[in-house]
Design a protein. Structure first.
Length: 299
């Protein structure tokens, strides 16, 4: 029979109640007290990540809300030796699957306050309960995403495609994706989930294409000019801007990073035009952010 943390929590609580009863038998004049159970955080052991994700998306601006929306995006996860195991042993057999689930920690979420509601971009400013979204601004900042397993390198590194994790994300677990059990064709979901919110077209100026060609030899994750071009287009076509940015800075240029590139574009008549690509300064995310209700969500 599986013994989980809730069982442990209940057992500790009952044990403490027994100690209280014994104390009252020893001292009949003692007041009626209730022993507080051990805080649940003390029952969860420290979690060691399997590894740290290397992504073509260094910052959240420009990162697709779902990895499947940018199938040419790419990243790597090097599994570190975990306690007494070898990476090659724990990965044995995983190559038989085409896709995997990645469980991770939202390490880039710096919100100091928990918020009950968030504003998904597809709701255009309306809010909904955080647990009814895939927002990174979660009560417990754990995420899960599916990715394509392209290959396993050197017995310890997963090369993954169609990703939505930013660089440096701690990965807690990897599980095989099994369509028979993980896909539910008749699953129910609200109408706003499928509302299209994208640009009609993404255009590269000749100057931007030349810049990308010159910088393609310095790419760290993406392999070449063609993959970088398609990844930029896929990340931008679905309008990754937050609701706040679209409302407050609609006419300003929008910048984001992919791999080692800093990409600048402007939006006009629902068309995104990339006019400048230069080496990326990835020290910080310089886009203006909302300081009110959490806006950046995965849906």
């Amino acid at each position: 029979m599986e013994f989980n943390y809730l069982d442990n929590f209940i057992c500790l609580f009952l044990e403490q109640q027994s100690l209280v009863s014994a104390f009252k038998e020893h001292d009949p004049q003692a007041k009626d007290v209730i022993a507080l159970p051990t805080p649940i955080t003390q029952l969860i052991p420290p979690i060691e990540p399997l590894g740290v994700f290397e992504s073509c998306f260094p910052l959240k601006n420009g990162t697709p809300r779902q990895g499947i929306l940018a199938p040419d995006s790419q990243g790597k996860l090097r599994i570190r030796p975990y306690r007494n195991t070898r990476p090659a042993d724990v990965l044995e057999g995983l190559e038989q699957y085409s896709h995997v689930w990645i469980v991770f920690w939202f390490h880039g979420n710096f919100n100091k306050h928990c918020r009950a509601k968030v504003a998904p971009p597809r709701l255009n400013g309306d809010t909904v309960g955080v647990l009814a979204t895939r927002s990174p601004h979660r009560l417990v900042p754990i995420g899960m995403t599916a990715a394509k397993l392209l290959r396993i390198e050197n017995g310890d590194t997963l090369v993954l495609g169609g990703i939505d994790l930013i660089d440096g994300t701690p990965v807690l677990d990897v599980k095989p994706y099994v369509p028979k059990y993980d896909s539910i064709p008749d699953a129910k979901y609200p109408d706003w989930i499928v509302v299209e919110n994208q640009f009609k077209e993404v255009i590269f100026t000749d100057r931007a294409k030349e810049q990308l060609q010159d910088l393609s030899s310095n790419l760290k994750i993406l392999k070449d000019y063609d993959q970088a071009l398609s990844t930029i287009r896929q990340a931008l076509i679905l309008d990754p801007r937050s609701v706040y940015r679209k409302q407050k800075f609609e006419k300003e240029a929008f910048g984001f990073h992919i791999d080692s590139l800093n990409i600048q574009c402007f939006i006009e008549d629902n068309v995104a035009t990339i006019y400048n690509i230069e080496p990326g300064d990835q020290e910080s995310d310089t886009q203006p952010e909302d300081v009110g209700v959490a806006r950046e969500t995965k849906q």
